[in-house]
Design a protein around this ligand. Structure first.
Ligand SMILES: Cc1ncc(COP(=O)(O)O)c(C=O)c1O
Length: 371
C-alpha cells in the first residue's frame, strides 16, 4: 500500500485498552479478581433498566428510534429543558466527538487540561485541530491560565468537572467568574460525568449556565449513564445545550447513533431513584471507610467529588499496580500522569473494598512501602 495518512493521524497514540478480566486472570494466575480501575458502578445496573432491556429484546430486528424521542423527553422533563436542547450520544464520549466535528476546523484551537479525560485531546487530533494543553495547578483546572490562552482561534474549552483523574471540582463561584470572562465565540464544555457524586454545594445550575449566556461564551453540559446509573456497558450519555448548538450536533451525528436497548435502559434508569440513591449512599460510605483504612496504613488520600479517589502509597505506583494484580485487584497507577507514587481507585461494594484493603496491606508490606 502506498496510501498517505495525514501526519496528525499518524501521531495519535491509540487508547490503551485494558485486557479482558479473563485474560488478566490467566496471565497472573488468579481468579475472582475485582476491578476498581474504571470508575464504574459497583452495584451493577438499575434492575428497572435490566427489565426494560429484557422487554425490548424482541424488537432487535428494527432500527432504533433515530430521534431518541422518549429518552430526550424524559431528560428534558427531568432537568427542565426543552427537547431541542438535549442531544443523546453513544456514551458522552460521542458527544465530545460531535462537538469537535461541528466546531473545530483544521487548525482550530481547543483548550484542555493535563491530566484530564484523555478523549478530548484525541478527538481534536483526529480532526487536525490544535490541542492547547495546560497543566493542572494544585490538581485543579488552571482557570486563569486557560483564559490567558484563549485566542481568536479558540473554538472549545473542555473542563471535566469533577476532573478525571484527580477527582477535584471547580467551586461554583470560580466557575461563574471564569465563564463571564470567556468570549462569546467560544463554547465551554462542562463534562459532568461524576456530577451525581458531588457535594450539593459544589454543583452548578446547568439550566442557568446554558440559558443565561448573553455577552459571554456558550456552555454545553455533558452527562452520562455510565457512572451513577450503572450503564457503562450499553453506552449512553447526553448533552444539554442551547438549541442552536444542538442543531449543529444533529447535523454531524449518525441517524441511529444510540441503540434501542440503550434508549429504553436509560429511560428506566432515570426513573429508578432507589438504585440511584443506593449507589450514592454506598459510594459515600465506602469512600469514608476506605480512606480511614488506607490512612491507618500510613498512606495519604486526596479529597474527592467523585466515586473514585487518589491515594499516595509512598512508593512506586506502577510496581504496586503490578503487585495488586497478583492479588486479583485491578487499580490504576497514576504514574503515566506524572504522579509516581499515586494510585486511583474506584469505590467498590463492601466486599470489594475489604478485599482491596487486605491486598493493599499485603502489597505495601511486600514492597516495603509504608505498611
Ligand atoms: C470525565 C469523563 N467524561 C466522560 C467519560 C465517558 O463517559 P461515557 O461512558 O458516557 O462515554 C468518562 C469516563 O470515564 C469520564 O471520566
Amino acid at each position: 500500500m502506498k496510501i498517505e495518512v495525514p501526519e496528525y493521524i499518524k501521531s495519535i497514540v491509540p487508547y490503551p485498552p485494558g485486557k479482558p478480566m479473563d485474560e488478566l486472570e490467566r496471565e497472573y494466575g488468579v481468579s475472582n479478581s475485582i476491578k476498581l480501575a474504571s470508575n464504574e458502578n459497583a452495584w451493577g445496573s438499575s434492575p428497572k433498566a435490566i427489565e426494560a432491556i429484557r422487554e425490548a429484546l424482541t424488537n432487535l430486528h428494527r432500527y432504533p428510534d433515530g430521534s431518541n424521542y422518549y429518552l430526550v423527553q424524559a431528560i428534558a422533563e427531568k432537568f427542565g429543558f426543552t427537547a431541542d436542547e438535549v442531544v443523546i450520544g453513544n456514551g458522552s464520549d460521542e458527544i465530545i466527538e460531535f462537538l469537535v466535528k461541528a466546531y473545530v476546523e483544521k487548525d482550530g484551537e481547543v483548550i484542555t487540561s493535563h491530566p484530564s479525560f484523555l478523549m478530548y485531546q484525541k478527538v481534536v487530533q483526529v480532526r487536525g485541530g490544535v490541542n492547547k494543553i495546560l497543566p493542572l495547578k494544585d490538581m485543579h483546572h488552571d482557570l486563569e491560565g486557560i483564559l490567558e490562552n484563549v485566542t481568536d482561534n479558540t473554538r472549545l474549552i473542555f473542563l471535566d468537572n469533577p476532573n478525571n483523574p484527580t477527582a477535584t471540582a471547580i467551586s461554583p463561584g470560580d466557575l461563574y467568574t471564569f465563564l463571564s470572562n470567556v468570549p462569546e465565540s467560544v463554547i465551554v464544555v462542562l463534562d459532568e460525568a461524576y456530577v451525581d457524586f458531588m457535594d450539593p454545594e459544589m454543583q452548578v445550575d446547568a439550566y442557568s449556565l446554558i440559558r443565561n449566556s448573553k455577552g459571554r461564551c456558550g456552555v454545553v453540559v455533558l452527562r452520562t449513564f455510565s457512572k451513577a446509573y450503572g450503564l457503562a456497558g450499553i453506552r449512553v450519555g447526553y448533552g444539554l445545550m442551547a438549541s442552536e448548538v444542538a442543531s449543529y450536533l444533529h447535523r454531524v451525528r449518525q441517524p441511529f447513533n444510540v441503540n434501542q436497548l440503550a434508549q429504553v435502559a436509560a429511560i428506566a434508569a432515570l426513573g429508578d431513584t432507589e438504585f440511584y440513591e443506593k449507589t450514592l449512599q454506598g459510594t459515600r460510605e465506602g469512600m469514608l471507610w476506605l480512606r480511614k483504612e488506607v490512612e491507618k496504613m500510613g498512606c495519604t488520600t486526596y479529597p474527592s467529588q467523585t466515586n473514585f479517589f487518589l491515594i499516595n502509597v509512598k512508593g512506586d505506583a506502577a510496581a504496586l499496580y503490578e503487585a495488586m494484580l497478583y492479588q486479583g485487584v485491578i487499580i490504576r497507577s497514576m504514574k503515566p500522569y506524572g504522579f509516581s507514587n499515586v494510585i486511583r481507585i474506584t469505590v467498590g461494594t463492601d466486599e470489594e473494598n475489604y478485599r482491596f484493603i487486605r491486598a493493599l496491606d499485603h502489597c505495601l508490606g511486600e514492597l516495603g512501602y509504608v505498611s
